[in-house]
Design a binder for this molecule. Sequence first.
Ligand SMILES: Nc1ncnc2c1ncn2[C@@H]1O[C@H](COP(=O)(O)OP(=O)(O)O)[C@@H](O)[C@H]1O
Ligand SMILES: [Mg+2]
Length: 369
Amino acid sequence: MQQEAVLATEGPVLVLAGAGSGKTRVLTERIAHLIAGNGVSPHHILAFTFTNKAAQEMRERLDRSIPGTSGALWVGTFHKTGVWILRRHGSLIGIPAAFSIYDAADSLAAVKSILAHHGLEGAVLKSVHALRETISRWKSDLISPELAHERASDNMDKKIVLVYEEYEKALRRAKALDFDDLISRVVELFSAHPGVRDEYARRFRYVLVDEFQDTNPIQMMMIDALSSHTRNLFVVGDDDQSIYGWRGAKVEHILNFQTLYPGTKVIRLEQNYRSTKTILAAANELISCNRGRTGKNLWTDGPAGEKVKLLVSADEENDAPPGGRSAFPGIFAPRHRDSVPDQRTIALPRRGVQAGRHAVPDHRFRAVL
Ligand SMILES: Nc1ncnc2c1ncn2[C@@H]1O[C@H](COP(=O)(O)OP(=O)(O)O)[C@@H](O)[C@H]1O
Ligand SMILES: [Mg+2]
């Protein structure tokens, strides 16, 4: 199955796979195959990863199999790709070529100082973090301050919109873009200047996306635009691993991919190369509870391994088991106030070692393998 995913190079391909089934490996092998097997120039390949670290690992893996490729290839996060495009073409939509970038801390500080300046501390019933999240969500859903203003139904909403307006002004004054702008302004650029979009889309004949389940709508628009010329769009994801629902990630992107891109080839990878049989049985049981999934059954050729233990803990941060949570080989389920395990936060061990826990606010179970 992995081989099929590597070799199906043309047209839209959706690889659905569980954790540890070799998704990232397939994506990397596929790039190697495009270059070494099909003679595609690395210049025509664009790969999206979720972190800079993942991009770096992919480059290293590629350079090991085909020395010298990674320099010509574009592998990076959505943000990094956005910076690159906007530095080259952002001036077409009024972005200064030498724009600076507000990171998360800068954005938060900007919101804080706006609250202070307008005497709004305590007036909006949201923490600075929550306020910043709201603004970010609006931006990634392409809701302008004007639109947010129209939708504001009461005084409280209006105050929040005022903070949003002031925040946008502050960014402009500082000639800065925040993380959301790095993606949304690319989408704006492409819709205002289809010729520029086509220039990129013609260059990137092969577009690949890792961790596709975590993309938000605006990132999806960017992927769609960049792959619009050839539609050789290859995405790998796990609908049972979507943990960024709270950041606007849409598991529907996986569920609707085939409708969006007719003729999509769907490939499932269900063999796991990382965990024991017992752990996978527990994972299958857990993820079978998720709604809105395409269904999969993870399996392995590996040994049965030890039994999975369940740890219920009162306090996720302070009530670690002896030796620390990372030493606990089992499912970790922090107990909620009413002493029922809070099933929103649950994690399975990676090879018998606790891999860390992840909050899953939208009640999706995530098997971290
Ligand atoms: N066909 C295979 N044979 C042996 N090991 C594999 C195979 N595919 C993947 N692996 C190993 O399994 C682990 C998980 O692979 P990775 O690509 O990171 O999975 P995913 O991205 O799906 O979580 C890695 O250590 C990888 O080298
Ligand atoms: Mg991976």
